[in-house]
Design a protein around this ligand. Structure first.
Ligand code: IPE
Ligand code: IPE
Ligand code: MG
Length: 248
């Protein structure tokens, strides 16, 4: 029998979880299926993960769906991934809206087909007043690209060098106003950042699992949150417990 997961105190739930949804291709390969079947299964799983996030009390969920480097994949796969985004908006928007999910996009929209750009913008508009879960979709997103654009915009705005601070840079990123991710989950076991939120992840906690994305279920998500709840986030300092001891 499966073990009932233990409840995690709400104050130990990460406010912002980011996910590198990796391993769809290998999941399909293992089953002798085309890679796109893996992406479809991955999309089904995303739907479950969004619902679980609402249930667990996570406030911000950022998902890496298409990187600036993913344009280098075979054209049919790129086309398929574009189609999946469109299909998800068509099929899921109403339900997500009803559940109080606010959709946002991070990355560059310019390179997407105009009809897809329109759908993304209208989904953002329709859900803009929802606040149960903020869902940031990183699509055509690259961390370096984001920083380069931020620098360009700061220069265009004539920001003097001495005004460039941590806070100001954060305000020029796509994630302006969003707290940095507390926890980043990467599926399929790869030990790399792959150009995801490289500025924002400065002090994020990581959870990396060998599970392929389509198999990353609610129980394992809960396990990741349990692992997070036990971490001692020191931010370069010494732990608060130690400090109390040494003052005693
Ligand atoms: C992640 O799965 C989804 C995207 C990058 C769009 P992959 O397609 O990278 O799966 P693997 O890494 O090849 O198994
Ligand atoms: C990262 O996965 C991008 C997304 C999940 C969208 P990749 O599969 O593209 O990353 P690498 O190539 O293994 O670094
Ligand atoms: Mg991959």
């Amino acid at each position: 029998m499966a073990e009932t997961p233990t409840a995690i105190p709400l104050e130990k739930i990460p406010q912002h979880v980011a996910m590198i949804m990796d391993g769809n291709g290998r999941w399909a390969l293992q089953r002798g299926l085309p890679r796109l079947a893996g992406h479809k299964a991955g999309t089904e799983n995303l739907r479950r993960v969004i619902r679980a996030s609402v249930e667990f009390g996570v406030k911000y969920l950022t998902i890496y769906a298409f990187s600036t480097e993913n344009w280098g994949r075979p054209p049919e796969e790129v086309k398929g991934l574009m189609y999946i985004l469109e299909d998800v908006i068509d099929r899921e928007l109403n339900e997500l809206h009803k559940e109080g999910v606010q959709l946002r996009h991070i990355g560059r929209l310019e390179r997407l087909a105009p009809s897809l750009q329109g759908k993304v913008l209208s989904a953002i508009d329709v859900t803009k007043n929802n606040d149960r879960l903020i869902l940031n979709i990183a699509f055509n997103y690259g961390g370096r690209d984001e920083i380069v654009q931020a620098i360009q915009r700061m220069m265009k705005d004539g920001v003097p060098p001495e005004k460039v601070t941590d806070e100001l840079v954060s305000q020029y990123l796509y994630t302006a106003g969003v707290p940095d991710p507390d926890l980043i989950i990467r599926t399929s076991g790869e030990l790399r950042v792959s150009n995801f939120l490289i500025w924002q992840a400065a002090y994020s906690e990581w959870y990396i699992t060998p599970t392929f994305w389509p198999d990353f279920d609610k129980a394992e998500y809960h396990h990741a949150l349990e692992s997070f709840a036990q971490r001692d986030r020191r931010y370069g300092k010494v732990s608060s417990g130690e400090l109390q001891e040494s003052n005693a």
